[in-house]
Design a protein around this ligand. Structure first.
Ligand code: UDP
Length: 338
């Protein structure tokens, strides 16, 4: 019997200082959990947890999951281990592709072994990127994907595929009670304005009056899920007992083109920013939309926050950030993808 999952006492969140991780930490603490955040702060940011300063039950360990894990993590017992630790934005994960690959392979192995030693339930954050540039639309979990193993996205896509493989091998061998979630483009407050993702770029560019960058002709599609909805799904999957469900897609099936997204943000902000077109990055998927029937059946989960509501909340967050830290004049507000 691997741990009692109904009353989690101690939870390890690797990548807990990141955008999604910090929202997960908020919810775990609100539910009465004791949370240890493990983060190397490569793309995670301490300010994402600043509002939790002094909150009982939270502690922070700065370390890289690629390295041998700090001995202090062996103390006590974790009931649950979440592995969100990896740069997720294409410019960021491509900046050090070797490290991205190792984070997913060695880092996941290290955390699986920790979960095994603690008899903790393990949840791996995988990604819609495992479907590559998909021929099946929308993407179901049994679709095996069309991924380039040599292109610039491979360090992340193939890294996550290998992380899934390791996780299911540990599960098959009865070493760890594991869950795997494949998440689709998530957005919301605490996205890093310099991350290079389309939602953060476009909103920040619109607010700063900078040119809005569309890569390619903007006809490629994505389906954007608000972070609160995603966290609901994560908690439900972690709590789900019974048969190993295999990988589970979590995302919002509301698909739109990048051009449509830009139009929505322009209308919302009333910006006069011009739109500029940049080359489409190599291997950029043409379309992406989750089939969430499995999550609906298994967890009774589906997203509740509509795009308009989510974009309003995200825009309000970035507007506040911009007021606190206006970009220095002469500098672009945001990192370009190239
Ligand atoms: N994109 C864009 N302008 C930007 C940043 C991204 O048009 O300033 C495009 C990008 O090429 C991709 C889509 O928006 O087609 C989503 O990109 P993002 O990096 O947010 O996520 P991912 O490619 O991982 O889905």
């Amino acid at each position: 019997m691997i741990g009692d999952k109904s009353d989690p006492k101690r939870v390890l969140v690797a990548g807990g200082a990141g955008f999604i991780g910090s929202h997960l930490v908020d919810r775990l603490l609100a539910n009465g959990g004791e949370v240890v955040v493990l983060d190397n702060l490569l793309t995670g940011r301490e300010e994402n947890l600043a509002h939790l300063q002094g909150v009982r039950g939270l502690s922070f360990v700065k370390a890289d999951i690629v390295d041998e894990l700090p001995r202090k993590l062996a103390r006590g017992r974790f009931d649950q281990v979440y592995n969100l630790a990896c740069a997720a934005s294409p410019p960021r994960y491509q900046a050090d592709p070797e490290h991205t690959m190792l984070t997913n392979v060695l880092g996941t192995r290290n955390l699986l072994r920790l979960a095994e030693a603690h008899r903790a339930r393990f949840l791996l954050f995988s990604t819609s990127e495992v479907y590559g540039d998909p021929e099946m639309h929308p993407q179901r979990e049994d679709y095996r994907g069309a991924v380039s193993c040599t292109g610039p996205r491979a360090c992340y896509d193939e890294g996550k595929r290998a992380a899934e493989t390791l996780t299911f091998d540990f599960a098959r061998a009865g070493r760890v009670d594991a869950r795997v979630v494949r998440i689709f483009n998530t957005y919301g407050p605490r996205m890093d304005p310099d991350d290079g993702r389309v939602v953060s770029n476009v909103i920040c560019q619109a607010l700063a009056g900078e040119p809005i960058t569309i890569y390619g002709d903007g006809s490629q599609t994505r389906s954007f899920c608000y972070v609160d909805d995603l966290v609901d799904g994560l908690l439900a999957l972690m709590a789900h007992d019974g048969e190993q469900p295999g990988p589970v897609n979590l995302g919002n099936p509301n698909e739109l083109t990048v051009r449509d997204l830009v139009d929505r943000v322009v209308a919302l902000t009333g910006t006069r920013s011009p739109v500029t077109y940049r080359p489409l990055p190599q291997d950029d998927p043409r379309r992406r939309r989750p089939d969430i029937s499995l999550a609906q059946q298994l967890l009774g989960w589906e997203p509740k926050v509509g795009l308009q509501q989510g974009l309003e909340a995200t825009t309000a967050y970035f507007a506040e950030e911009l007021r606190r830290q206006p970009p220095r004049s002469g500098e672009p507000a945001l990192a370009a993808a190239e």
